[in-house]
Design a protein around this ligand. Structure first.
Ligand SMILES: C[S@@+](CC[C@H](N)C(=O)[O-])C[C@H]1O[C@@H](n2cnc3c(N)ncnc32)[C@H](O)[C@@H]1O
Length: 213
């Protein structure tokens, strides 16, 4: 049993620091946006951003015309930061879902998701049971033909983030978790530079769900 209260950890993280000082802040999520572009989806496609925090990818997807976004996080303050940046029109295009990916009660009722986008979230789940819950949820909500974008610390990556242990991945490990019905369309390593100037190594992957229901 873990002694860490993860919900409270992530609430405090976003209460203590402005989001553009956090060690995962991106002025623009360039590699993720590139992969979403490659999915060739319509502007009303359902894009689920799990563990979205206060990410700027939501602002950028709205600017690009996407109008059916879902931003999930375990941390309500994180989603409040995100909400506070959006105007009324844009707020109507985003659903905000506070839910725990390792014990989902709201997200598990979703379906027909076109794109599952995760940057720097899955790698915090170090226990196999939590990883399995995460991947079961992904497979349940993603529609046949839908896409999964997973960007996590790679095998050369840091051992910790936000003071928490992480579980690092390569594309083969992610493929193994998703199963052979998911086709790896693209993968690359990416060096992200933190606001502090430190570097973090990520693996980016784009998979397509070839399950036929
Ligand atoms: C390193 S941050 C990345 C945030 C965002 N994806 C980005 O790229 O800016 C990890 C995020 O995952 C969220 N998170 C951690 N555990 C979670 C869980 N069990 N369920 C949902 N979100 C979680 C945290 O609150 C935090 O916002």
């Amino acid at each position: 049993m873990s002694e860490i209260d993860y919900k409270s950890h992530w609430e405090k993280v976003y209460e203590k620091r402005t989001f553009d000082k956090l060690g995962w802040y991106e002025k623009q999520s360039v590699p993720s946006l590139e992969l979403i572009k490659q999915c060739n989806i319509s502007k009303d496609a359902k894009i689920l951003n799990v563990g979205a925090g206060a990410t700027t990818i939501i602002d950028d997807l709205l600017k690009l015309g996407y109008n059916n976004l879902i931003a999930n996080d375990i941390s309500a303050p994180a989603l409040e930061v995100l909400k506070s940046r959006l105007n009324e029109d844009d707020l109507n295009k985003v659903q905000f879902i506070i839910d725990d990916l390792t014990n989902p009660t709201i997200l598990s009722k979703f379906n027909n998701i076109d794109v599952w986008h995760d940057r720097a979230v899955l790698h915090f789940f170090t226990v196999e049971k939590d990883q399995d819950t995460y991947f079961n949820l992904l497979k349940t909500v993603l529609k046949p033909g839908g896409f999964a974008i997973l960007a996590e610390f790679n095998l050369e990556g840091a051992l910790k983030c936000s003071g928490l242990d992480v579980y690092r991945y390569n594309a083969a490990m992610l493929q193994n978790k998703l199963g052979m019905n998911f086709k790896l369309l693209k993968t690359f390593d990416y060096i992200y530079t933190m606001p502090s100037g430190e570097e973090r190594s990520y693996v980016y992957t784009l998979f397509q769900n070839n399950n036929n229901e």
